[in-house]
Design a protein around this ligand. Sequence first.
Ligand code: SF4
Length: 432
Amino acid sequence: MSDATLISMQVSERNLKHVPTNTLQVLSIFEDENINIEFKDYNLEKGNLYDVDKICNFLKKCEDYLFLTSVISVLPNLLLALKKLKETNQEKKVILGGHMAPELAKYIIKHFSFVDVITLGFADKRICEVYRRLKKGESLKGINGIVFSENNKTIITEGKVNASNVSKPAFDKINMQDYDIAYINDSIGCPYNCTFCNIPIMPGRKLYYTPIKQLRKEITTLYDKGIKNIMLSGEAFTINKKRVIEVCDLFSKEGRDIKWRCYGRVNHMNEEMLQKMSKAGCYRIFYGIESASNKILRRIKKGFTINEAFKKISISNKYIEEVVASMMWGFPFETMKDFNKTVLFIMKLKNIKVTPALLHLAPQRNTSLYNEYKKRIRFSKDLISNVTFNYEILKRKELATLIQSHPEAFLEFHHYHSNNLRKKANMINYLD
Ligand code: SF4
């Protein structure tokens, strides 16, 4: 009988349920340490994923030690739900995880006393030690890479982020029929340094590759259990041609009807790679282009020009069934002229049947853009980035109030102010 529940709070795409791969990696860590823990995926709950009362009732039915992972995209709702939960269930212990920046973790522990511990970086055996000590009522001091409160002091312990020995996901512990697609970590990190993006910062500016042998094992396990749709979740997948070819060979040699998708970087793409990817089952590629203004592309250090981007997108379109080009607006130095170029580029993409995405830039902690423009960060209910699927929360007044009162905790719901922001927002609404 277990007294702990491990819960995935990962939000899936609309109409596609994601296998909670990262949480299943945590589950296998508990298993390796012979700790019996219940597993639940909140995403499989029926109804509104953002409903605070629903989250609270769900957590009430869980065991006393709550390990919640992938919490970032539902963080405001989750915190309100946890507050409610602890008002009536003080015996519950709340442990959060899921690649939180240390500054954010510290802020949460300091301002939301109903959160007991936050684990930093990639999950490993530390999480089991946290559980053992909490159970015995012992101090958590000495455990690396965690944030907690003791004697009214917020304590953050040093710890290296080590992505090289991430555990294998416990795929055997879920019913695969509940899911449509699985994200698998083919790599972690990114060697680029785009000024708005914190992905390279998280794993300490290193790039880790999952060994091909392990990838094969994960893919065949998933396939044998009925998952034929796979997303390679590494942002840097296409920057290493040799590796791309290896992965394509892996998919091809398996000879199964697996379809997969990935992220791409236009400046690394060529016809040979695209041909190979297409033959190996790649049906969708997602490119982060960000802006159609070369001035902006230079400023955010994208490493390519818009002409090069369009050329590579067009070639990709010949081979890959769905090409998605993601654009951003709202850079603090973006003029109307820059913005108009992006809008026109989107139309150009639509003309060649490429799927455009237009996102409102949200600040990301510790990036050089954030460090330079943090004084311009603002919140407005109708100017929220849709990156985190969170338009829903705006319907609830208490959530908007919470976000507004704690900008440090909810940066991704904010934006960088600039004089022409409203004009751009109006134009987007009009074009929609
Ligand atoms: S935007 Fe993409 S390429 Fe640039 S740093 Fe982030 S993950 Fe790397």
